[in-house]
Design a protein around this ligand. Structure first.
Ligand code: DGL
Length: 266
């Protein structure tokens, strides 16, 4: 059988990337690891996030035999992608580069906002990629740590979340950014409220969609797409804590039921 696509995240958020991959690559099998025991990554140090990420990649590659690893977490992408590429000899796709690449095609005024976890914003990973694409762009960043627990609480469209969003996004609006990178896997679920604050003319870059397109491109380039025989796929999910919670919360991120899930401590 063809190898599966290995995807990991600190927990649930990477399911927004899975959802896009299932849409764009419906014949592919997915093996997902959600490191729920160590959630959140966004408040942790680069060294810690890298250590967790290397263990997970090793599990996906050596124990699950995946053909590609998708780092479906902005924090892990910004902290650990170099270490992963050095240590794993299959393609590694992160969520930062595909998201950043979408920016030049969207902006008209070259004023770009980036929101993400504290660790992602601190890493300056998005700025580095964008600066290489176009050094003229003016970048404005804002960590939004409260967005992750709000999304996990299911508070996607209420007054409290709107207040928090106004507080975080106000300075970016004042800077007249016309393109905003949603640099965290949880933020696509807040698109409605973010648009309410920023206005309909600000383009939102959803890294999940861009990442799925990048995975498709890499698999095509390397001749790694699943053959027709693997249409009857059974996706596998692993979590490091509380599978029941993952199943109930994950539904909102994936947009469908999660089956075939196992608890696994690495
Ligand atoms: N998945 C993380 C990210 O995209 C958000 C949740 C966390 O902090 O672990 O940065």
């Amino acid at each position: 059988m063809d190898g599966a696509i290995g995807i990991f995240d600190s927990g649930f958020g990477g399911l927004t990337v899975v959802s896009e991959i299932l849409k764009q690559l419906p014949g592919e099998e997915i093996v997902y690891f959600g490191d729920t025991a160590h959630l959140p990554y966004g408040t942790k140090s680069k060294e810690t996030v890298t250590r967790f990420s290397l263990k997970i990649a090793d599990f996906l590659h050596r124990k699950q035999g995946v053909k590609i690893i998708v780092v479906a977490c902005n924090t892990a992408s910004s902290c650990a992608v170099e270490a992963l590429k050095e240590n794993v000899d299959i393609p590694v796709v992160d969520v930062i580069t595909p998201g950043a690449r979408a920016v030049p095609g969207l902006t008209k005024n070259n004023r770009i906002g980036i929101i993400g976890t504290t660790a992602t914003i601190r890493s300056k990973a998005y700025e580095e990629v964008i600066a290489k694409l176009n050094p003229e762009m003016k970048i404005f960043t804002q960590p939004c740590p409260l967005f992750v627990p709000l999304v996990e609480e299911g508070w996607l469209d209420n007054q409290e979340t709107l207040l928090v969003a106004k507080r975080y996004l106000g300075p970016l609006k004042d800077e007249k950014v016309d393109t905003l990178i949603l640099g965290c896997t949880h933020y696509p679920l807040l698109k409605k409220i973010i648009t309410r604050v920023m206005g309909v003319n600000v383009s939102l870059v959803d890294s999940a969609r861009e990442t799925a397109s990048e995975v498709k491109r890499v698999l095509d380039d390397r001749g790694l797409r699943a053959k027709a025989a693997s249409q009857t796929v059974r996706h596998r999910y692993f979590v490091s804590d509380d599978p029941d919670k993952f199943v109930s919360l994950g539904r909102g991120f994936l947009g469908k039921d999660i089956e075939n899930i196992k608890l696994l401590e690495l």
